[in-house]
Design a protein around this ligand. Structure first.
Ligand code: OAD
Length: 250
């Protein structure tokens, strides 16, 4: 099947369906200049996740962890949503139920205009107290030094999920419910290696959804999906939306 055939098949299915759910990963933001994690040039090829993305790492060197996140916040602040993010906003206007779940912490879906994004791994832009968990929205993120909680004096950390931590309960429960009840599930720009997010496409397919993957490279999900589009999401998603509009506006 050619890429165009796959796009056409996806559009056939979308036209007929009432309910679409998308799960995005770091690949969706790659075309905005934000590094992925597991690609050859990804963050985990250069940095040690145990040192930079775990409770033990933060406890043993909070300054280093905080400044690494500030470095990433700066990249995010200087980036812009790409055509993939913008096409996902258009999915909200198809007169269908559209749910967007993301593993990304960069807030680019929301900046593009997506509503009700389910953030499974938190947000790099938001901070919280390491001790009392109070959320801190203030502009402390632009300072490069460690900050203390105004309520309990604990250290401020980014409000992201680190290795070994539980996902926010409300978000993962909602995501599992959406995956269970959707007609179509699109896994976009994720290696589908990190659980429990990686279970969502499986849950959807076991419950009867058509499973679509958009990713220029093969993942461990690729053999299990019904349709694969092997293009960057910033190309594939606008192509899908354009084709959908062309057919439905006739
Ligand atoms: P990964 O880095 O594991 O996977 C990124 C995927 O994006 C790969 O499969 C690439 O092939 C694909 N990709 C690269 N460029 C793309 C493009 N332009 N369009 C579409 N796909 C592209 O990132 P995630 O799957 O998001 O967790 O990783 C999951 C979690 O692991 C992250 O949320 C993070 C990390 O540890 C936390 O921070 C808690």
């Amino acid at each position: 099947m050619t890429t165009n055939d796959s796009i056409n098949k996806v559009v056939d299915i979308l036209i007929e369906t009432k309910n679409i759910t998308a799960l995005t990963g770091a690949g969706v933001s790659a075309e905005s200049g934000i590094a992925t994690f597991r690609d050859p040039e990804g963050l985990w090829a250069k940095f040690n996740p145990q040192e930079l993305a775990s409770i033990d790492g933060f406890m043993s060197n909070p300054e280093m962890v905080w400044s690494w996140y500030q470095y990433r916040v700066n990249i995010v602040n200087n980036s812009r949503p790409n055509p993939g993010h913008l096409a996902l906003v258009e999915f909200q206007n198809l007169n269908k139920v559209f749910n967007l779940i993301t593993q990304n912490v960069d807030g680019l879906h929301q900046r593009a205009g997506s509503d009700n994004v389910v953030e499974l791994h938190g947000s790099i832009i938001r901070n919280k107290c390491f001790n009392c968990n109070e959320i801190h929205q203030e502009t402390i993120i632009i300072e490069n030094k460690l900050n203390n909680c105004k309520y309990c004096n604990g250290l401020i950390r980014p409000d992201v999920v680190w290795f070994g931590e539980m996902l926010p309960e409300k978000e993962i429960e909602l995501a599992q419910e959406l995956a269970t009840n959707t007609d179509v599930f699109m896994s976009i720009g994720t290696s589908a290696e990190v659980y429990p997010a990686a279970d969502l496409p499986i849950i959807a397919k076991r419950n009867g959804a058509v499973l679509i993957e958009i990713n220029p490279y093969i993942t461990q999900l690729s053999n299990y999906v019904d349709i694969r589009i092997d293009l960057p999401s910033g190309e594939a998603l606008p192509m899908i939306i354009d084709e959908y509009k062309k057919r439905t506006l006739k």
